[in-house]
Each structure stands twice: as C-alpha cells, then as structure tokens.
Design a protein around this ligand. Structure first.
Ligand code: NA7
Length: 545
C-alpha cells in the first residue's frame, strides 16, 4: 500500500499486547536499542490473565514452570505459593516483572489497535489506535494471544435477557456476587469446568448448559510442595533446558510405552498412579495416546469410570460421560471438584444435544423441553482461537488485503512467525507454531528470542525489510496439516480445528510436531541463512536469502 496519513509518532517497533509475550518482547527490543511502544487494549497489563478473572480461574501448568525463564534472578526470587497458580497470583507476578524491569513506561493502556497498513514506499507500518493517534513503526509485532478473542454464541432473544451476562474471558474487574441468585453457565471447557464448582458454592441455583461432555483430571491442588519447589530452585537452568527438549515444553513424566503393549495390570497401575498425582500429565501415560485409538481408549474409559464413581445420580453421570472425541484431542481439563459439583442439590445439568436452547426471554432461558428462570448467565463459550485476535486487528499488507481476507481458507504463515505479503510483521505464537499445545510461556520465549535475534541480524547487516517466501510458506502450511492428519486430534470438533466457530475453515491451527522439533527447525532455518525468508535494504530491491 502507498496511501498514508501523517503519524503522530514513529517507533522502531510497535508491539500489540502487554501479556507475557508483549512484555518480554519489549524487554528484548530495548536490549537491541530499538525505540519501542507497546499498545494494550485493556486497562491493565497481563493479557489473558488480566481478562480471565472469573471465579476459579487458575493455570493448569505447574507454577514452577509457568513463569519466565529468561532471567535467572527473577525465577529465583519469585515465590509461588500453590501447585497451580491462581489468576491473581499470576497477575501479581506479571506486575512484579513489569516493575522489576521498568517496562510500564513504554506501555500504553486502553489503546486498542484497530487497523494497520504496510506502506511499501516508506517501508513502515502505519497503525491506528482506537480513539487515539496513528503511529508508524518499522516493525510490527503481534503479542495478542491465542485465546483472547472471546465469543458469545448468537442465541435468539439474548438481547432481551434482563439478567446479568458475563463471559469468562471478559470478566468484570469489580466483585461479582452470585449469592442468592439463579445462575446459568454455558460451556464445559477449561473455563466452565473451573468456574462451575465455585459458582455452585455461592449461587442459590446453578444450571449448567452442556453441549459436549468433557474429560477432566483432578488437580489435587494445594500449597506448593516445599521439596518440589526446592528441587526447581536448586536446578532451574538445567530443568528448564530439559523442558525445552520435550514435545510440550513442560517437564512431564512422559510415558515411554504404548498402552497396548502393557499388561492390564501394568496399565491399571500406570493410570492409577497418574490419577493420584493429578493434572494434565495423566494423558501422557502412554507414548501413543494421541496416535493410537486403542491406547487412547484405555485412558478415556478410565476417566469415564471415575465420572460414574463420582457422580451419584446415574442419569446425570451418564450425561457427563465424554463420548465424541478421543481423550486429549480437545484440550484436557484439570479441575477442582467439577464432577462433585453435580452432587449438590442446587446444581442441574442440561444436555443441549438432547434438549437444545430455543431462545432467551427477559428472565429465562428456554430449551426445547423446559424453561429456566435465571438472574445471571455466564458464557464460558471460548474463543475464536489462534487467528481471531490477529484477524480483528485489520492489518493490511502489501496488496492492501487484510489477514482476514488472505486467511479465508485457513491461516498461511511460515513457521507461525510471519505471513507472506506482510513485510516486517511478526506474529508471536502465530498459527502454525506450537503455541497453545505447549507451556505457552516457553513458546513465547522461543518466538521472542527468535524475532530479537533476527532483528539483530538485520541491524548488523543493514537490512530493513524481511518477509517469508511464498513457496517456503506453502511448504510449511502443508507440513503443519500433514503432521496433524497423522494424529487423533483431527477427529475432534475442537477449537484447535477451528470447529467451534461457525464458518471457520476446518484446519489444524497449531504445529503439533512437538516443541523441541519445532525449535530445531527454526534453528536450522537460521543456520541456513534464514532459509525461506527474503531480506532487503529499503533502497534496494528484495533479494532472496
Ligand atoms: P473452550 O475450551 O472453547 O470451551 C468452550 C465451551 O463452550 C465448550 O464446552 C463448548 O462446547 C461450549 N460452547 C461453545 N459454543 C456453544 C454454543 N453455541 N452452545 C453451547 N455450548 C457452546 O473455551 P474455554 O474458555 O473453556 O477454554 C479455552 C482455553 O483456555 C482452554 O483450553 C485452556 O487452554 C485455557 P463444544 O465443546 O464446542 O461443543
């Protein structure tokens, strides 16, 4: 594009989003001496953890691993208190980091990016801020998160509903009380499964509207085990490096045997011991959980048995049994008393597959067979994952087309880092990278470091423009789909597949070949002179690397 308005400020780099990705990116860019501004839509930093303050919001990755590894002092000084950190504790950590590294002064809050245009002649991005200035930058880096574009389904009559409505990913910052109220929760993914036990304790009545029953593993959360903490504190760099060499960037106990190769007694012992430990590690019992339907079935049956044992009403238990996807192919949930909540007299489960919602009235939600009077409705209905937040930015590349237009049949990206036709635009944890299949902080750090190293390379070589070559991008997009097709993941109607958004193309969004494999590929690309990327100095024509 060539048209432009006069920007009010020019930066070397603009970063969109002040969550874990944006904060670390800012830190690295400063280290390169680049004049950088971070624009954040929210009125606070923390990204996903700023918005997700619903009751029970908690991370399901071990707190000793769910933190930055780029500063050894930082990881030694911060004291986590629970096995799985609450949202509030994570947010305190984020603020600690921002203050310790003096990041806040380069962050603009309440500053939503609503459009961006690549100006070919100037070699800059021009960026519009809602109710704010237009600025320009040589490099534009998105740190908008994979699960940030929240979504409330279109339901007939919802606008007439007079009760309060909430989305878990846009929870108000003022206290919300459900005491004495009749509350509905729609959605039984991770957010619903965390919120339901908490709301059940507080509300007069809780009606859970379930479309798809989900697998969940008990968290057995509690104060952090001092020996575990001590072990991590004493060995942080070594353990972090080991984690980076795994497929999910998390130091789990990865099973080394196929489920089918074990005797029934061995399998039972393996699953029992993992269940006793709790957490997402359960699904890693076998080395073929995600590729062998038989092995997967052992784990799925085990969890279904646990649900039957936990939920006292057999009809309710039956409705809660996951049946339409292999375990783990929708993001595995980790809960604290989810299935137990259905034993409470004030909790009702509505199975929307048999009894769909027909609409809302002023004070009720109607299903085909009944009417539920409600004072509040909580939507735990998820996100337009991975691509939603990027498309919403309305970024237009060299031809004037937007990412949304270019991605209408599925996202195109090279390594999940850049898209052809969008020079100097980097996408942290973009589509086609491991991102949300991993400890996302580990993936964020790897992307931020890769981008910073690339910019340093460009500085050193007086290069001002970078973009991926279409052929390299095509190969990568094909590879991402090919690897996914070899797994059970493609069998589930999950947000990994874009299946939760009506009309979204059905393609597998992240790279599922494993974090360590992905890192090796990225390193290889660099060692071959940034193979598949094209660099140029602005004055010259682009030349292939
Ligand atoms: P998820 O995992 O996308 O869960 C959303 C839930 O909402 C899921 O149970 C959906 O059922 C349900 N849903 C979505 N649309 C509808 C409609 N129209 N009617 C009824 N039910 C619906 O989002 P979460 O926020 O729980 O978790 C997102 C990630 O955040 C999580 O994986 C962690 O990584 C953290 P469906 O299964 O689509 O039938």
């Amino acid at each position: 594009m060539t048209s432009s308005t006069q920007p009010s400020a020019h930066y070397d780099a603009v970063v969109i989003g002040a969550g874990f990705a944006g904060l670390y990116m800012l830190h690295r860019l400063r280290g390169l001496g680049m004049r950088t501004r971070v624009f954040e839509a929210g009125d606070g930093i923390g990204g996903t953890w700023f918005w997700n303050c619903y009751p029970g919001a908690r991370c399901d990755v071990d707190s000793m691993q769910y933190c930055y590894s780029w500063s050894d002092e930082l990881q030694r000084e911060w004291q986590w208190t629970e096995r799985y950190p609450t949202r509030n504790e994570i947010l305190r950590y984020v603020h600690h980091v921002a203050e310790r590294f003096d990041l806040n002064r380069d962050i603009s809050l309440n500053a939503r990016v609503i459009a961006g245009r690549w100006l070919t002649d100037a070699g800059t991005w021009q960026i519009d801020i809602e109710r704010g200035p237009t600025v320009s930058a040589r490099f534009l880096i998105t740190a908008t998160g994979c699960l940030s574009e929240s979504r409330v389904p279109a339901i007939k009559g919802l606008e007439q509903f007079k009760g309060q409505t909430y989305h878990t990913g846009r929870w108000p910052k003022i206290p919300v009380s459900f005491a004495g109220k009749r509350v509905g929760v729609m959605g039984t993914g991770s957010s619903g499964i965390q919120a339901i036990p908490e709301i059940a304790r507080e509300a007069r009545e809780l009606v859970v509207f379930q479309r798809t029953p989900n697998f969940s593993i008990p968290a057995w959360n509690g104060p952090i085990d001092p020996a575990h903490k001590q072990h991590w504190m004493a060995n942080y760099p070594f353990l972090r490096e080991r984690a980076r060499n795994t497929r999910s960037g998390i130091l789990y106990d990865y099973g080394t045997r196929s489920g089918v190769s074990m005797t029934p007694a061995e399998r039972q012992e393996e699953m029992d011991s993992r269940w006793r430990k709790g957490g997402a590690n359960f699904v890693h019992a076998f080395n073929d959980t995600f590729v062998n339907p038989e092995s997967n079935q052992f784990l799925a049956d085990y969890v279904r048995d646990k649900i039957r044992q936990t939920v006292k009403n057999p009809a309710t238990a039956h409705k809660l049994l996951p049946h339409d996807h292999p375990i783990g192919t929708k993001r595995i949930c980790v809960d604290s008393g989810y299935f137990e909540a259905f034993n409470r007299p004030n909790v009702t489960l509505v199975d929307l597959r048999n009894d769909p919602i027909t609409g809302f009235e002023e004070h009720a939600v109607l299903t085909q067979s009944s009417r539920h009077e409600l004072d509040a409705m909580v939507f735990a209905t998820g996100y337009d994952a991975v691509t939603g937040a990027l498309e919403r930015l309305n970024l237009r590349g060299e031809t004037g087309q937007s990412l949304r237009e270019i991605w209408k049949d599925g996202p195109t990206s090279y390594l999940g880092l850049m898209t052809a036709g969008f020079p100097n635009l980097f996408t942290i944890t973009g589509p086609g990278s491991p991102s949300i299949l991993t400890n996302v902080i580990v993936s964020i750090e790897q992307h931020v470091d890769w981008i910073a190293d690339c910019l340093q390379h460009m500085q050193a070589n007086q290069l001002e423009r970078i973009e991926p070559q279409p052929a390299a991008q095509d190969r990568w997009v094909a590879k991402v789909q090919e690897i996914a097709t070899g797994t059970l993941f493609v069998k589930a109607n999950s947000w990994y597949m874009g299946a939760n958004i009506p009309g979204k193309p059905r393609v597998f969004l992240p790279f599922i070949g494993g974090f360590s494999t992905y890192v090796a590929i990225c390193r290889d690309v660099v060692s071959k002179g940034y193979e598949g990327f094209t660099f140029s100095a602005l004055a010259s024509k682009p030349s292939c690397s």
